[in-house]
Design a protein around this ligand. Structure first.
Ligand code: FPP
Length: 252
């Protein structure tokens, strides 16, 4: 079925689209520098592009889109940049919520949300509550997120259960660890896209990405549009995902 929306054709039959997708939105600073603009202009352009990505992913049939918006390491940036990112975060969910509503996009947050300033926690809470009924796609915003911090969180929860005598150490399984991560109901990403040419995960979904396909492009995040998303999906559809086993053709 080809869905026509905003002059684009979403060929959902010809393309095997990931149910769960992760995107590392990298390159805002370089995008701004190339245009002799302040870094904040790059982040703003990046936020606009996130809105576009949501629309495109929703129309392609992605069900869970996790985006890396602010890492536990990003606090090391200059104070004014951190401040601008926080302000942009608040503005984004106030300004674009009607569009997210129109697109049927539920918003959730993952990360060390409890350590964020109260106004940000409030935005997260409101964003989640008012979008609970939307069911086309979930946008999961990783904010103050670190893969190692998430593992620390899960380990603490499990250690507490051992301490309380609910389980024994030998009862701990991979599945139990998954069940104690921030959002256990969100499937592991099948594909992770990283624009801007960097070949690393930067502490993004460390546990969940064990078998994710990685797709890297040189394009800076604010310029990463529909055509590249389509290219990433068609490359993904051709990947031979073996999960440590054999190719279907070799297993016969
Ligand atoms: C990395 O690019 C990007 C970030 C640290 C911030 C990502 C934020 C957004 C795309 C917009 C805000 C998101 C929301 C949810 C409102 P960089 O600054 O490291 O770029 P560089 O590597 O070129 O310097």
């Amino acid at each position: 079925m080809a869905i026509l929306g905003k002059k684009k054709t979403y060929d959902t039959e010809g393309l095997k689209v990931p149910v769960s997708l992760g995107v590392i939105m990298d390159g805002n600073g370089r995008w701004a520098k190339k245009r002799m603009l302040p870094r904040s202009a790059g982040h703003r352009a990046g936020a606009e592009n996130l809105k576009e990505l949501c629309r495109n992913c929703g129309n392609y049939g992605v069900k869970y889109l996790t985006v890396y918006a602010f890492s536990t390491e990003n606090w090391a940036r200059p104070e004014d940049e951190v401040h601008q990112l926080m302000e942009l975060f608040v503005e984004f969910f106030e300004k674009y919520d009607p569009e997210l509503e129109e697109e049927g996009i539920r918003v959730r947050f993952t990360g060390d949300i409890a350590s964020l300033p109260e106004n940000i926690r409030e935005v997260c809470k409101r964003g989640e509550e008012r979008s609970l009924h939307r069911n086309k796609m979930q946008l999961i915003v990783a904010f103050n997120y670190g893969g190692r911090r998430e593992l620390e969180y899960a380990t603490r929860l499990i250690a507490q259960k051992v301490k309380d005598g609910e389980i024994n150490p030998e009862d701990i399984t991979e599945d139990m660890i998954s069940q104690n991560m921030y959002l256990p109901d969100v499937p592991d990403p099948e594909l992770i896209i990283r624009p801007s040419g960097e070949m690393r995960l930067s502490n993004f979904l460390l546990w969940e990405s064990a078998y994710s396909e990685l797709w890297v492009s040189e394009t800076l995040w604010p310029d990463f549009g529909y055509d590249e998303l389509t290219k990433a999906f068609s490359d993904f559809a051709r990947r031979d995902r073996r999960f440590g086993g054999l190719s279907k053709k070799d297993a016969k």
